[in-house]
Design a binder for this molecule. Structure first.
Ligand code: NCD
Ligand code: ZN
Length: 352
């Protein structure tokens, strides 16, 4: 009997939802992503947010500088703009010409650095009209923000109050329901995307495939398992795993890896965000393997994202090995450190 570990080969994946921040910390987090992925959609929630093509070009320039100093070739950042109440129709056209891949809708106050977000989607009608017309995708953080709505219900309420009316008003608008966390969202996207109408898709993070909300409170408060939208009950995790491994082209990989320094997480009011980038592919492989669906990983990780965004699929291949990798307790993050997802434990799969 051979002792060689189980391996799988797949076309190199992309990350369709990623935070890499700016300044000193960017280099450290970018290195982790570029080691695994060919492309990543870069979220625009900087301080101040990336609201114009000029700001996105400048940000892309800083990313390229960091890639160069890491000696990375063959990684492409895909840039997005942050939608505000004041985004102009002209900016949408400019963005289309500049190769911006989407506008991000953050309901104001929904998550980290979202204060400049949209206060009322009705204010954006002309801009959404323009996006629909030029085929510019809208990437949505799908949570309502009203304090009266229970935090565990905010995604489901968003579907009824915001998403469904939005899709009625803009039936041809391309929408990515980002980092979905509930059975309601998984079923909504599954049922809305049909053979004749396929302009809505969803990304799913590794933490929402692997953990339920108990993980935030296991033996004490676990700030490194806290992200937004927050982890939900087990029945939701099961529904997300079913969606991700369904082979349906409407669900694809988006880590939402969201780095915050250790001190900003381990605090009286800790920031939301899980740092999964260190071995994100290992986490996804573990989730798929856990229910015997490794054969569905390549579609989810490498095909359905580019297909939805009308970009070419990658051609290079990578190998994942079923070999446990110990995850360090901390990693460098500029002048600070960061605690990665699974810190001090192991991930069952590793990039060869
Ligand atoms: C993200 C961040 O830190 O930028 N945090 C998170 O918990 N996911 C913001 C976001 O995507 O909601
Ligand atoms: Zn995010």
């Amino acid at each position: 009997m051979s002792n060689s570990p189980i391996q799988i080969q797949l076309i190199q994946p992309d990350d369709w939802h990623l935070h890499i921040r700016d300044g000193k910390v960017m280099k450290d987090v970018l290195a982790d992503t570029a080691r695994q992925f060919a492309r990543a959609i870069i979220m625009p929630n900087l301080k101040p947010p990336v609201t114009t093509v000029d700001l996105a070009n400048a940000y892309q320039g800083r990313i390229e500088v960091n890639l160069q100093s890491l000696g990375v070739t063959g990684f492409t950042p895909l840039m997005t703009l942050y939608l505000t109440d004041n985004t102009s129709v002209d900016e949408v056209r400019k963005a289309k010409d500049a190769g911006i891949v989407g506008f991000k809708l953050y309901p104001a106050g929904a998550t980290t650095n979202s204060d400049a977000g949209v206060s009322d989607i009705k204010r954006c009608h002309a801009v959404l009209e323009a996006m629909q017309a030029v085929g510019m995708p809208l990437l949505v953080h799908g949570e309502v923000t009203s304090a009266e709505i229970d935090i565990f219900d905010r995604e489901a309420v968003f579907i009824d109050q915001v998403l469904e009316p939005l899709r009625k008003n803009f039936p041809e608008l391309k929408i990515v329901f980002e980092h979905i966390t509930t059975k309601q969202a998984a079923h909504y996207v599954r049922d809305a995307h049909t053979a004749t109408k396929n302009n809505i898709a969803a990304t799913i993070t590794p933490q929402h495939l692997l953990m339920n909300r108990n993980a935030i409170f296991a033996g004490g408060i676990r700030p490194h398992n806290y992200c937004l939208p927050v982890l939900k009950r087990e029945e939701h995790r099961v529904a997300l795993l079913e969606a991700a491994t369904s082979g349906g082209p409407r669900f694809f990989l988006g880590t939402d890896s969201a780095p915050h320094a250790k001190g900003a997480k381990e605090a009286a009011c800790g920031c939301a965000g899980c740092y999964s980038a260190f071995n994100a592919l290992g986490l996804y492989a573990e989730a798929f393997d856990g229910i015997g669906k490794l054969d569905k990983l390549e579609g989810f990780a490498s095909f359905f994202g580019p297909d939805f965004y009308s970009l070419p699929r990658n051609t290079k291949k990578i190998t994942l090995v079923k070999q446990a990798q110990s995850i360090p307790a901390e990693l460098p993050l500029g002048d600070d450190t960061i605690v990665p997802l699974r810190a001090g434990e192991a991930i069952a799969w590793t990039l060869a």
